[in-house]
Design a protein around this ligand. Structure first.
Ligand code: TEU
Length: 530
């Protein structure tokens, strides 16, 4: 096995640091808390941990507004804590991935303070400044994802600056060479400290149209969707020159051994796969979010996999994501009965899986009372009810007070069911979703065909999704029942010499299957030769 291949073989796990483990009793998670929970992650069997931003920040967008790229926010700890985390993770055989947020800084970043100070400040061009339109309004029609115009007026200098997200998150000007070099030095700073790669925030936003043309209206806009979707982002995102930038970033990671570049990209499939770059010199893992928005049915999911497999450039390695800190929890999207099926899907598809903290214990979207909303997106755009707090609630470790997350009331409310749905009780329950996740991860480790075998769809009917994973080492057959009724599968793929290696219900391991496979409601099964 090639050690450079770790990110292809590995399983990634996203930690939202505010909500994972609080060691100092302020109700917010921190780095020392994460260190104490590393044994849990190695028990679970994951290979790499990605931390959402931990850098100094006014926290207008909970760390996605950075005021110092090479520090640690005191809320999360110190640089010593960070160094200890890197060492502890590596000692445990875990890789550590940081969140790089290069598209925008905080408005409190020194760079922006300087840029704002006058039109001829040397840092002025590090951000995107434009004169007002003739009527004094914003320079064009671009909209912020978090509500309203994407342009904020600066009285003092009489110009607008561009912010794709909050006004407290001014966009950097990636056409400026100094900006690029400054961020590349930030990358080197953390790579030298031993981090194993970056998940790059909104990487498809980095370059904007040089002429700042108006975006066209979106003919598919539906009422109830966020207002910024009224326009397409034809000129404000996904510009051709972005790929040059990404190749430069990739080059920076390659000044060091065995690092990985992951891109956060929400784009249609044909645009997404361009982020592998010419000759695969772009991101190794342009995040594939197709499962976050699909209709949860066997046929839809089957189509998504087929389309993705077909669209991948030759040699490009696939990846799959079921949840993150911006989207409703998978257990709520597909329903608790289907959550185990979703887990089996994620861990048997071809490509690197990324787990979102808490999904392995079946955490659900938590309802947040209007007066407890913390997410700036939901505060700015309240009527659409797609806030992100509900998927960011504290990790449920035990039935103790505050779920073992903290000794203090946590920054967001806990799920009401935490007394039964928590790590301690689910580890003790043999057939729990947590133990299913562990068994799936262990099986993926034991059967190389689940990692690098081909993906072969097999025709099936109704609510059943059927596929094979095949390599020179062997074959595995995966049958997933997306329905709430029993289903029976007879296919030559089932064969006469297979046995159940794992069921999502965790109770029929070793059962011989002779030509026909009976699936119970909401059951998924992995078959292999006995
Ligand atoms: O999210 C980018 C992104 O696409 C968001 O617009 C997402 O759609 C939004 O959260 C609404 O669901 C990244 C981060 O993951 C997010 O947490 C940040 O708020 C955002 O960038 C700005 O940095």
């Amino acid at each position: 096995q090639d050690s450079r291949d770790w990110w292809r073989r590995g399983i990634f796990y996203q930690v939202y640091p505010r909500s994972f483990a609080d060691s100092d009793g302020d109700g917010v998670g921190d780095l020392k808390g994460i260190i104490t929970r590393l044994p849990y992650l190695t028990r679970l069997g994951v290979d790499a941990v990605w931390l959402s931003p931990i850098f100094p920040s006014p926290m207008a967008d909970f760390g996605y507004d950075i005021s110092d790229y090479t520090g640690i926010d005191p809320l999360f700890g110190t640089m010593e804590d960070f160094d200890a985390l890197v060492a502890a993770a590596h000692d445990s055989g875990l890789k550590l991935i940081l969140d790089l947020v290069p598209n925008h800084t905080s408005d409190q970043h020194q760079w922006f303070i300087e840029a704002k100070s006058s039109r001829d400040n040397p840092k002025r061009d590090w951000y995107i400044w434009r004169d007002p339109a003739p009527d004094g309004g914003p320079p064009n029609n671009w909209l912020s994802e978090f509500g309203g115009s994407a342009w904020a007026y600066d009285e003092a200098s009489g110009q607008y600056y561009y912010h794709a997200f909050l006004a407290q998150q001014p966009d950097l000007n990636w056409r400026n060479r100094e900006v690029r070099d400054a961020i590349y030095d930030v990358m080197r700073f953390w790579l030298r400290k031993g981090v194993d790669g970056f998940r790059v925030d909104v990487i498809w936003h980095l370059i904007k149209d040089a002429d700042f043309r108006d975006n066209p209206t979106n003919p598919h806009y539906r009422a109830g969707r966020p207002p910024h979707e009224k326009l397409l982002t034809q000129y404000s995102t996904d510009q051709l020159e972005v790929h040059t930038v990404i190749t430069e970033m990739r080059g920076v990671t390659e000044e060091f051994d065995n690092r990985v570049l992951i891109g956060e990209i929400y784009l249609p499939l044909h645009r997404l796969v361009a982020y592998y770059g010419n000759d695969l010199r772009g991101a190794q893992m342009p995040f594939n979010f197709a499962l976050l928005s699909t209709l949860w049915s066997a046929r839809s999911v089957e189509m998504i996999i087929a389309d993705y497999e077909k669209a991948l450039p030759p040699g490009a390695w696939p990846n799959w994501v079921l949840g993150n800190h911006d989207r409703p929890r998978v257990a709520s999207r597909v329903g608790p009965a289907q959550a185990p099926v979703a887990a089996m899907l994620l861990l048997t598809l071809r490509g690197t899986p990324t787990l979102y903290y808490g999904d392995e214990i079946g955490m659900r979207q938590v309802a947040i009372a209007p007066d407890q909303v913390r997410d700036p997106f939901e505060k700015n755009v309240p009527d659409i009810g797609v806030g992100r707090d509900g998927c960011r609630t504290p990790m449920q470790w035990s039935a103790e007070r505050h779920a073992g997350f903290s000794t203090a009331p946590p920054w967001l409310p806990l799920a009401q069911d935490f007394a039964s749905d928590n790590v301690a009780s689910l580890e003790a329950e043999r057939t729990s979703i947590l133990n299913l996740y562990k068994a799936l991860i262990a099986l993926r480790r034991r059967l190389p065909q689940l990692v690098h075998g081909s993906y072969e769809p097999v025709a099936a009917h109704g609510d059943v999704l059927l596929y094979r994973r095949r390599s020179t080492e062997g074959v595995a057959v995966i049958a997933l029942n997306f329905g709430a009724a029993a289903a029976s599968v007879s296919s030559s793929a089932i064969g006469f010499s297979n046995e159940v290696l794992l069921s999502t219900l965790m109770d029929r391991q070793g059962e011989k299957v002779e030509g026909v496979l009976d699936l119970r409601p909401n059951e998924g099964v992995i078959l292999g030769p006995h």
